[in-house]
Design a protein around this ligand. Structure first.
Ligand SMILES: *Cc1c(COP(=O)(O)O)cnc(C)c1O
Length: 336
């Protein structure tokens, strides 16, 4: 089942090589390991905790870079100022399936001889001009947690362009066991198990239908919400095939009249549960907040975005009348 799923996902994600894992976090930790990184890694504070924790587990020091207001991803114009003699890599995240500024990232990585790793946990089936998102950079990580578009109950994957990296990842996720007599490196147990793979194969059967339904939901939200001033919806570029994993809006309090927190709390009263993804920023966690780059004054855009984002209910079983109800409630909250 593991082998079957690996073959199928390789095609669906349009990647050269793939290695399946028990979850995305272990996959990312192994990705950092196989690249032999040292010292500092430049990353974004606007992400799920696992991105930055994977650095800590590898004794790598995160350096937080501010984000781009236009796509909520690492701001490529701020990276070069953060590069030091200790920098070994850039770890970028395609947040909410919005692709990073990939060509700029590749140029910077090449110029300074840095490794480039993508956390593509939100980017399943994201494509740019028909090219799989997992083909960019040295390694990309996908998460198959149940909250993601495609899932294996829990699970994850790494994708690579060169087979040597896949071989190293396969060794690292299986205790470093090369064969019955040789254990060649200090690996961990990161393998995807057969039950997870079976779940993945079953979920693949309904994937297209789920994506199709979510594309309709996405459209309906946009139609219903476009005239709500102060509620901003991100546009997806025409060259991009979206992953339909989240539907995220930003609420500009000055224009909308109510804060994101007010909207979040009010929605709950109507039994509508949204999420403040990603709030708080990783740079605000106790473990990271004393790093110099974590200081609020260095991350103005990230702080603004973290205070404005709201992830609305988004899943295939959500019916049109409920979407309209949610949008009417948002309208009511604005006018309260
Ligand atoms: C879900 C997620 C992860 C972690 O994946 P798991 O499979 O839950 O370990 C990492 N990064 C981001 C951005 C995520 O959303």
């Amino acid at each position: 089942m593991h082998e079957q799923l690996e073959e199928k996902l390789k095609k669906i994600l349009k990647v050269k090589h793939i290695s399946l894992f028990n979850n995305g976090t272990i996959a990312l930790a192994v990705a950092l390991k196989i690249l032999n990184l040292t010292g500092e890694v430049i990353t974004t504070p606007f992400t799920f905790p696992a991105t930055v924790h994977a650095l800590s587990w590898n004794k790598l020091d995160p350096v937080f870079c501010d984000i781009d207001d236009q796509n909520m991803n690492i701001d490529v114009n701020c990276i070069e100022d953060l590069i030091s003699s200790k920098t070994s890599a850039i770890l970028a995240v395609h947040v909410f399936g919005q692709p990073c500024s990939i060509s700029e990232l590749i140029n910077i990585a090449n110029k300074y001889k840095l490794k480039l790793i993508f956390d593509a946990a939100h980017a399943f089936q994201l494509e740019i001009n028909g090219k799989g998102i997992g083909t960019y950079g040295d390694v990309s990580m996908f998460s198959f947690h149940p909250t993601k578009l495609f899932h294996t109950a829990e699970g994850g994957a790494l994708t690579f362009n060169i087979v040597e990296l896949k071989k190293r990842a396969d060794l690292y996720k299986n205790f470093g066991i090369l064969n019955e007599e040789e254990v060649v490196l200090p690996g961990i147990n990161g393998k995807m198990n057969e039950l997870q793979a079976a779940m993945g194969l079953a979920v693949l059967e309904i994937l297209d239908e789920e994506r199709k339904r979510r594309s309709e939901i996405d459209k309906l939200y946009r139609i219903e919400l476009f005239d709500l001033d102060g509620l901003y919806i991100y546009e997806i570029d025409e060259s991009v095939q979206p992953s339909y994993q989240y539907f995220v809006v930003r609420i500009d309090e000055k224009v909308f009249g109510k804060s994101r927190n007010y909207v979040y709390d009010s929605l709950k009263k109507y039994n509508v549960f949204s999420r403040k993804y990603f709030y708080p920023l990783c740079s605000e966690f106790n473990h990271y907040k004393n790093i110099q780059s974590a200081h609020k004054s260095n991350l103005p855009v990230a702080h603004l975005v973290a205070d404005e984002v709201l992830s609305l209910p988004f899943y295939g079983a959500l019916n049109n009348s409920d979407i309209k109800r949610i949008c009417n409630i948002l309208r009511k909250i604005k006018e309260e």
